[in-house]
Design a protein around this ligand. Structure first.
Ligand code: SF4
Ligand code: SF4
Length: 215
């Protein structure tokens, strides 16, 4: 089975007096947590030429339920993105720094094999929309739009109905997706190597990080 080789950012924590080092780490591809004197935590992430966060940077923010960031206007971190971490996620960010403390450099290459993993297909909140439901019907799988497979909340949200074990009903024993060709857009959008991916692997498989990629 082939594995994806993902270049993912390495997390480091810095005190504000080492902001220049933090900025250099981010410009080299890493992510930085700036631990302020009051122990609040600011993130420092890179921004592409298009003014957007990198895909993995965006997923790091989404993993801590944030979407907003601002561009630093002056000082050593000028031009980088920063965001204050919500208190309830400070521990998660510092844990990412602890996890990565043994990895040198700003970028870590890991080999992740989705076909032998399936961790993100457990305990997930997979939102469905009309496009997904139409895709099921067009493929002759109208049954997938029924109560056995989808949950319709009072607020109108439609989600995949997972098994009581927390496992997606479409996840096969060999960890393949049984409806891979017509899987929901939410599943397609999930990014391998993102913090959400690494968290799912840790929670479901007990694997703290991906295996290093073969040289
Ligand atoms: S958790 Fe990550 S490696 Fe595992 S199947 Fe999902 S995207 Fe792939
Ligand atoms: S539909 Fe497929 S890809 Fe999506 S959660 Fe279920 S098994 Fe995973």
């Amino acid at each position: 089975m082939s594995a994806y080789v993902v270049s993912r950012p390495v997390w480091r924590r810095f005190r504000p007096r080492f902001l220049s080092r933090a900025a250099a780490h981010v410009r080299a591809g890493g992510h930085a947590a700036i631990v302020l004197p009051d122990e609040r935590v600011d993130l420092l992430l890179s921004i592409g030429e298009d003014g957007k966060l990198t895909e993995l940077g965006l997923w790091s923010l989404l993993s801590i339920e944030q979407q907003r960031f601002r561009r630093v206007g002056e000082g050593p971190a000028k031009g980088l993105a920063t965001a204050r971490v919500k208190r309830q996620y400070e521990g998660s960010v510092l844990d990412w720094c602890e996890r990565d403390s043994t990895h040198p450099g700003a970028i870590r290459e890991v080999a992740l094999d989705c076909l032998s993993c399936g961790a993100c297909c457990h305990d997930a909140n997979v939102l469905l929309d009309e496009v997904d439901l139409a895709r099921f019907r067009d493929a002759g799988r109208g049954d997938l739009t029924g109560r056995a497979y989808v949950r319709r909340a009072r607020d109108g949200k439609i989600t995949l109905r997972f098994a009581a074990s927390g496992r997606c009903q479409h996840l096969c024993e060999d960890r393949r997706c049984a409806i891979y060709e017509i899987r929901p857009d939410n599943c397609r959008a999930f990014v391998v190597g993102s913090e959400a991916c690494l968290s799912a692997r840790e929670e479901t498989l007990g694997i703290r990080d991906g295996a290093p990629a073969e040289p």
